[in-house]
Design a protein. Structure first.
Lengths: 308, 356
């Protein structure tokens, strides 16, 4: 990647403190056009503050920042129509219906009511058009909020924990929507504290903790980068002690076995040997193979359990 | 300024108001109920009709009846008898308020002080009648009209101070609560931040909110005037009543600026409501809205000058009910606009987009 004007976002050494506490402590990254970029970290890691600086809601204490080639601070009316922001909570006008909400937001950008109504279809809220926004379910409200962020067809979209507090079904629906938004050619920057969300959606993620970027790259590369064992589990009782012993020694010194009476789990760096050994012994009932996840990356980086 | 954005923001805010039952109840329904209640309670207490027994012939009374029958009928209902004793008994019992007889050039009025208000009216009516007769006898041609209009109009009928008082209170609380709650809610649900990220000027947003606030206040004015001018309540608007419109608009600005300041400090809607209540409710009692200043004790009259509500209420009263010229509203307008300007400047300084 060549740093410079071609990047959609270029952040160099951003810092922001509240009192003595450094919320963002020297963060640098670039986001390329059309990229799906994730900022990942536990609560209080500095994700939201970073995002707010990118959006132009907060002034960085120091560092260089350019968004679509422009400075977001102070409030830049030239930049505002080109970015879409979906806020953490669902921020609507009181007592307005779904359709009235999106039409009001559309008019702020000089966008027609017709186009606003189309946007409702895009997020699948046609049937709820005449319902008050406060009567929508969590997932529907979140989709309306995304529609309001996209109504003026921005090049760059910011989303702050869009799937927070949604049930698994609604989360998956929303993921589909977010993928489509990105597939249309828009650059998407998303903060999340869900590892699985970052893994499925993002082209690249920045793992943030205590205001610093710990690691940055495609999720798959980050996961491969840590030398984490593969966990292979089968139902207990298919192997006797001697067979387990033989299998573990064949797979190398770092291989570890745990058996809780229900599941036998073998953590190994040589999954091939273990799997073929299990197959030879016809002990594959209930087989599950789990590679490392971003969670392991986090654990590996910080030495502590990831807590959202 | 982006006109389409301004229009749609105004529309969104107005819909938000009319669909909010609580807002409608507090800004329109409750003040109207108060108006109906107080208007009916005090209806006619100020100008009670006096029933008079004419004993024998009282030429002065007959003369007055012949010259100005309608005016007199508003104040007096007259019955005739020739028996002084029955007449006096009726007055003692309270079935009639006064008995009148004439002996030569002397007019004798018998009345009971059991009902002091009526006794006062009886004395006032007859002394003015005698004065009038003296003036006529002296050869000047001043008519009876003068006397009767004095009795009718110098003192305000209750509806003439109840209506502007309650209306002032309704406008004050509507403006202050409306502005404070909007600001706090929009900050809490991040709508304020969302608007900041849209390419609309802060001016458009503020102007739209103020426009809706003034529109609501004018609706309150229309509803109040509509009810108070019905024959039942009998509010008579003076010729320059239209001057109440700018007074209402400036009053709305002043009280919205109070709400803006409250909303800038308050963190939650509950806090905003509580603080606005602490400001508005005492003001309603001390600023001439609930207790007419004409009848208030001196200390309330003194304190009222420090109450912004006083200027809204008296400003409206002067041009709507007292029939004073349109210019008499200007000092009130000046005070209200000055207050709005000062409080808005302070609010701009302490304004926060975000709760953190």
């Amino acid at each position: 990647m060549v740093p410079g004007v071609s990047a959609t976002i270029s952040a160099q050494n951003l810092r922001k403190s509240y009192g003595d506490k450094a919320a963002v402590d020297g963060v640098s990254f670039e986001v390329e056009p059309g990229e799906f970029f994730g900022i990942l970290g536990p609560n209080g890691a500095g994700k939201t503050t970073t995002l707010e600086m990118l959006e132009g809601l907060r002034e960085p204490d120091s560092g260089q920042l350019s968004v679509l080639g422009l400075a977001p601070w102070p409030r830049n009316p030239e930049l505002l129509p080109r970015i879409g922001v979906q806020l953490q909570s669902t921020s609507f006008f009181e007592k307005l219906t779904t359709r009235e909400q999106i039409r009001t937001f559309a008019s702020l950008y000089g966008v027609s009511a017709q186009r606003a109504d189309q946007m409702l279809s895009v997020v699948g809220l046609d049937e709820q058009a005449d319902q008050r926004a406060e009567q929508l379910s969590g997932g529907q409200a979140q989709r309306l909020s995304i529609a309001c962020a996209l109504v003026h067809d921005p090049e760059l979209v910011f989303m702050d924990e869009p799937t927070g507090a949604l049930d698994p079904q609604a989360r998956r629906n929303l993921w589909d929507l977010l993928r489509r938004i990105n597939a249309d050619g828009r650059t998407v920057v998303l903060t999340t504290h869900h590892m699985d969300e970052a893994e499925t959606l993002c082209d690249r993620v920045a793992i943030l903790d205590h205001g610093k970027i710990l690691q940055l790259g495609p999720p798959a590369a980050l996961v491969r980068g840590i030398d984490s064992p593969v966990r292979i589990s089968v139902e207990s009782g298919q192997l006797d002690g001697a067979a387990t012993e033989a299998l573990t020694s064949a797979a190398g010194a770092s291989t570890a076995v745990t058996d809780d009476g229900v599941t036998l789990t073998i953590a190994t760096h040589d999954p091939g040997t273990v799997l073929s050994g299990l197959a030879d012994r016809r002990a594959l009932t209930g087989l599950r193979v789990q590679g490392a996840t971003l969670e392991d990356v986090f654990l590996n980086l910080t030495g502590r359990e990831y807590r959202a | 300024m982006n006109r389409a954005a301004f229009r749609s923001l105004s529309r969104a805010m107005f819909l938000g108001f009319v669909r909010d039952r609580a807002a409608l109840v507090f800004s329109i329904l409750i003040p109207v109920l108060f108006l109906l209640l107080f208007g009916s309670l005090y209806k006619g207490t100020n100008a009670p009709k006096v029933s008079v027994v004419e004993v024998g012939r009282v030429s002065l009374l007959d003369q007055a009846e012949a010259t100005a029958p309608t005016q007199l009928a508003k104040v007096l209902s007259i019955t005739h008898t020739d028996n002084l004793t029955t007449a006096l008994n009726a007055v003692r019992k309270g079935t009639d308020n006064a008995a009148v007889q004439q002996q030569g050039r002397t007019l004798i009025v018998h009345y009971s002080i059991a009902d002091q208000t009526t006794a006062g009216v009886v004395q006032a009516v007859f002394s003015s009648m005698v004065q009038q007769a003296d003036v006529t006898a002296a050869g000047t041609s001043a008519g009876y009209q003068l006397t009767t209009t004095q009795v009718e109009d110098k003192s305000l009928k209750p509806i003439q101070y109840i209506a502007p008082g309650l209306l002032g209170w309704a406008i004050a609380s509507g403006g202050a609560f409306g502005a404070a709650i909007t600001l706090v809610n929009w900050r809490e649900n991040k709508l304020l931040r969302r608007l900041r990220l849209a390419p609309v000027s802060v001016g458009s947003v503020v102007l739209a909110r103020v426009g809706v606030g003034i529109f609501v206040a004018l609706i309150q004015l229309a509803v109040f005037l509509g009810i108070a001018t019905t024959p039942y309540f009998g509010l008579k608007l003076s010729a320059d009543w239209w001057m109440a419109i700018p007074v209402v608009m400036c009053g709305t600005l002043a009280f919205m600026s109070i709400g803006l300041l409250v909303g800038s400090f308050a963190k939650t809607q509950q806090a905003a409501t509580a603080v606005a209540n602490i400001i508005i409710l005492p003001m309603a009692f001390l600023g001439g809205a609930f207790i007419p200043l004409d009848f208030a004790p001196q200390w309330i009259k003194d304190v009222s000058y420090a109450m912004p509500l006083r200027y809204l209420v008296t400003g409206m009263q002067n041009v709507m009910a007292r029939g004073e010229g349109p210019l008499t509203a200007l000092p009130a307008i000046g005070v209200l606009l000055g207050l709005a300007a000062i409080l808005t400047l302070i609010s701009v300084r302490v304004f926060r987009w975000d709760s953190v």
